[in-house]
Design a protein around this ligand. Sequence first.
Ligand SMILES: [Zn+2]
Length: 394
Amino acid sequence: MKTTLLHGDTGVTIRDIVEGFEYNELDEKGLYGLNGRLTIQPEYQRRYIYGDGKKDVAVIDSIMKGYPIGLIYFNQTESGDYEVLDGQQRITSIGRYVRGLFATPDASGHQQYFNGLAPEVQQRILDTPLLIYVCEGEEPEIKDWFRTINIAGVALNDQEIRNAVYSGPFVTLAREEFSNPSNSFVQKWSSYVSGDIRRQEYLERALEWLVGDSGKAIDAYMSKHRHDDNVNELRTNFMRVIDWIDSVFVDVRSEMKGLEWGRLYAEYRQGQYDSEQVAARVSALYADGAVRRRSGVFEYILGGEQDKRLLDIRVFEDRDQKAAYERQTVAAREAGKSNCSYCSMSENVDQQSRIWEFKDMEADHVTAWTRGGETTPENCEMLCKSHNRAKGNR
Ligand SMILES: [Zn+2]
């Protein structure tokens, strides 16, 4: 990992940085500097937030007074150009000021634009040196470094760091597709995908849906495809998953947002589903008061309604369990049988009359929930733990 001062021998001044500075008012983004060689706001950065008449003014005030404005870090891209890693807000403030986009108050409180300053003051500002470090190195080192610098600066998330580390044609194209809020598909995608599109979380989902959700697998894919001139595989897979969801679940429900659709697609895409039947089952399960986790309904149906754990079915209230225990135990003692109805039918004589303590029993639905049995006191029966578990596993 190499960290060098940018133009170490001659240094960099504000004049160099603001050369060719462009600012996009509409997007509130500083775009380029260093005569086009510097991308001021890569996609993974926050938008410009210093334009509040305070923070931007403070940056200029510091420069005028000859105070340091802190270290700035650039990332060197594959093509040998630069991206601002840390310092985007300060550089954009400087560029906007020199371009005359805002004024700062002078000693007597009058607003002064850059153009209105005395020529020697202008020169002094432009000649101000900036301490800019450029980072180059192996991917793991750079990633680690990004994480370290995060502590002090803008907190980049995992995908933002990956985009910086694997910057190149693939990332550029992938961002255009999956990080662009004005993409007309985003509205539709947002029914199933959670996260902030500006913070690269849709792109992260698209990658997860293709290679799985391990960070290592995403790293490997991005590294391998770094120089690709297209994102066809990524786009095709993403669209395929979206189309599959649409074809199986015709009604969009809010609980569908953010599910692991990539995994569900991989596991269940071979299944045959009648979308009308599926819609009816979704409605029925949504209407069932015992279903406590609606987000589990979709996988439950995809898996043939086998795994009830996905639904977090409502359990019996403690008082209902205790009432059932008392009722069963009194009756069992009178009859000389076990208070677990399964034990009482056992072939083992000791077991037939065994009286379990409350803590050794669990509540079961007499009529199974899957057959319409409700979680009401009348449908509660206590069984010994081993029988309840054996029953549940069938
Ligand atoms: Zn039993």
